[in-house]
Design a binder for this molecule. Structure first.
Ligand SMILES: *Cc1c(COP(=O)(O)O)cnc(C)c1O
Length: 362
């Protein structure tokens, strides 16, 4: 069906799979005979309980999440986790962070409020266009965890392999790469992802946490909402959860299962990003800003080297129905976010457009 939709290259909130949007549309007036939409129903009703239970189970199936991990649906987006992680995981009051771009920087400054933060490696020297070597990090003896942002949404860098944490708990912000490829959950102590990048509507984060990291002995001033134990003990329903986001995310989990799971998703993502990177590598006008081995499959920043020309390209793409390509101010130029739900045809069409632009303006 033609809905006259743009190809939306937004970094977030971002495009969602059309079959999922259609299902949501069909259920919005009356969810499966309940007489109401999911927006209107009690989170304590059996019909809603089934929605949240299935969402959790489908996510467990997709990621093969081991039984000793809890899956939590929490509000406050990914940003609240910048504080919740140190509040809950800093037992000794010391943590190790790797600084790879804008989002790990934010996590570092928030964590500093709660304890000693040791920045073990950084790629700041070249404006975060690579991932530093993390095979032999200097990790303090008593560090409670090692923190990384696994895909830096703004700078467009991703980790080709995980750091050697020397036995410490690994904590990862997967917001902009969640479910883009298979993930070995047991490599991590805690994984979290704000869902509006690669899954569903904004305002919620999925936290996958190893059970033994859920503590009771937190600072007594810790707000009840900020304790993982609160959410774990109450099936993510201590208070009213983001029912709508959980429902939409559940549909996306089912959709991903139906297309062949994360192995298939990764194949499609590689093929899709390749279209964009091949173009950038052959173009005389446009250049990718990231060192090749650290290029993200999800967020692709690129520049012309001339600010006025960058702005002209952004305006031209927008007029042609390719939306949200303006780069973040800290990198400049353009950025194509090509999350799971962006079809390959969208990237091919954009590349055709940029080629033509280059021919006409080069
Ligand atoms: C968007 C983003 C965040 C912040 O997400 P909010 O839900 O807006 O708080 C954190 N980390 C990464 C990697 C992101 O892409």
């Amino acid at each position: 069906m033609n809905y006259d939709r743009s190809y939306n290259f937004s970094a977030g909130p971002a495009t969602m799979p059309e079959p999922v949007l259609e299902e949501i549309r069909d259920e919005v007036m009356n969810y499966r005979g309940s007489g109401m939409s999911v927006m209107e129903m009690s989170h304590r009703s059996p019909v809603y309980q089934q929605i949240i239970d299935e969402a959790e189970q489908d996510l467990r199936d997709l990621m093969h999440i081991p039984d000793n991990y809890k899956v939590l649906f929490i509000q406050g987006g990914a940003t609240l986790q910048f504080a919740m992680i140190p509040m809950n995981l800093m037992k000794n009051g010391v943590a190790c962070y790797v600084e790879t771009g804008a989002w790990s920087k934010k996590a570092i400054s928030e964590a500093k409020k709660y304890g000693e933060v040791h920045v073990a490696a950084s790629s700041k020297d070249r404006n975060f266009c690579y991932i530093p070597d993390c095979d032999d990090l200097d990790i303090p003896e008593n560090a409670d965890y090692v923190y990384i942002c696994e895909n830096e949404t703004i700078h467009g860098v991703t980790w080709p392999k995980l750091p050697d944490t020397k036995g410490r708990v690994l904590v990862s912000d997967q917001s902009s790469m969640f479910l883009s490829k298979p993930c070995n959950v047991s490599d991590y102590g805690l994984i979290y992802a704000g869902v509006q990048k690669n899954v569903g509507p904004a305002g919620m984060v999925v936290v996958i946490i190893r059970e033994d990291l859920i503590r009771e002995d937190l600072d007594p001033r810790t707000p009840v909402y900020m304790s993982y134990k609160t959410h774990a003990d109450n099936g993510s329903m201590y208070n009213t959860p983001n029912c709508w986001a959980i429902y939409c995310c559940g549909k996306v989990f089912k959709y991903l299962k139906s297309i062949g799971g994360l192995e298939e998703m990764e194949k499609r993502n590689i093929a899709k990003a390749q279209v964009m990177y091949d173009f950038l590598d052959s173009s005389k006008m446009f250049t990718g800003t990231v060192d090749k081995e650290f290029r993200s499959l999800m967020n692709i920043p690129f520049v012309t080297g001339d600010k006025e020309l960058d702005a002209k390209v952004v305006a031209a793409t927008k007029a042609a129905g390719y939306d949200n390509l303006k780069g973040h101010k800290s990198v400049g130029g353009l950025r194509a976010s090509v999350y799971n739900a962006m079809p390959k045809e969208g990237v091919e069409a954009l590349v055709e457009f940029l080629k033509k632009f280059e021919e006409e303006n080069g």
